[in-house]
Ligand binder design. Sequence first.
Ligand code: URQ
Ligand code: ZN
Ligand code: ZN
Length: 480
Amino acid sequence: MSILIRGGTVVTAEAEYRADVLIEGETIAAVGPDLQAPQGARVIDATGKYIIPGGIDPHTHFELPFMGTVASEDFFTGTSAAAAGGTTMCIDFVIPSPQQSMMEAYKNWMGWAEKAACDYSFHVAVTWWDDSVKQDMHTLATEHGVNSFKHFMAYKNAIMCDDETLVNSFKTAKELGALCTIHAENGELVHVLQQEIFEKGITGPEGHPLSRPPEVEGEAANRAIRIAEVLGVPVYLVHTSCIDALESVTRARLEGQRVYAEVLAQHLVIDDSVYRNTDWDTAAHYVMSPPFRAKEHQAALWKGLQAGMIQTTATDHCCFCSDQKRAGQDDFRKIPNGTAGVEDRMGVLWHHGVRSGKLTPSEFVAATSSNAAKIFNIFPKKGALMAGSDADVVIWDPEKTRTISVDTHHQNIDFNIYEGMEITGNADVTISRGLVVWENDTLSTVRGRGQYVNRDCNAEFWSSQRKRNQAAEPTKVERT
Ligand code: URQ
Ligand code: ZN
Ligand code: ZN
């Protein structure tokens, strides 16, 4: 099947220009002016609209087993909702339980993901350490296309990494040419603060942000960045939510250290007043980690994105319905942490980023697609509009308005953190590897059509990192 998208303005991370896009089968065949439609091709008129690479969300948790329950969004409904918002690839997470074989966990997640409607890949979390973990990291990197390993510095007595595990894993990642991604919150401090706050009688959702102040994230961010600096390994901080963490990222990047940062769309536009909502269910739906922050942090995060200190945007899409959140009815520490957003990320970023003048359309494409593809080494297969790229293409209507609501979203959760937000700028048509999966506000995704995307390690790229970071070769002092 051929598709010719005609009359639109192509927007890449590099430029905007008038061009047509020809798709043949699952691949982009040509991008250029006045392309001719092959016999039998479908022609889509994109006049007055943008043609952009399909969005990449580098941080989702579909059907995650977590805090005694399982996230309500699965790989089919989640990748479908993503497509409705213009995202055509999600990078999810394999999170082994402590002492669980990494390979066994990887096989479990690969089984769950077989139902995906759009393409996906996995970061694999290092949640404990022994030689078998080291061996599994090698196997995953060399045989299964995993080039990023996740480290939770939070969640004590569950999946938290101590410094010994961080150091062992970072050293292994360096051998492999893999990237270390980090959930940066000091889990020991969170544990103590949770206890203190609960014992003061604060049991509701308002206790959650009190137990994870920005300093707790700032300390962990700095520690992870410094460990990486000494070991000469690149790091990627997921869901950077506050000034304290952003300052550590900025310092390191200005020193030439290879540090990447991600911001969640929701952390850019929602502040911590949500936890003071008098309706328990509503406040509980905003319990995620790191928590929503005071207003000054949103402004700083936008500046970090504009300045290029933050490279990617994500959602950390991890859905728990009201009945699941109520597990923490009497104790905020038991509220499953997570919020949704995979469907709304790109529209929220366009409305609050591009329409406000903070981002150009090209910067929007970089932040929602191309930068993630480059960092995770799948460009130009993904995140690009070039001949030979996968035909993950979105016709973006900058004037299309919608009001975000649980009543109309396609996410499998009974709440929407953006409820009532009117946004202008939305996906008109979403194409996933050559198949139209979203058009006329209707999904036509196919269960199981999504494919696993291998991501090769990048030893050569990181080796430049080694040279930049390592002090002069240590030498032995000869003593007579
Ligand atoms: O920490 C994460 O990224 C996972 C467990 C989702 N939950 C959350 O609150 N961010
Ligand atoms: Zn996290
Ligand atoms: Zn997460």
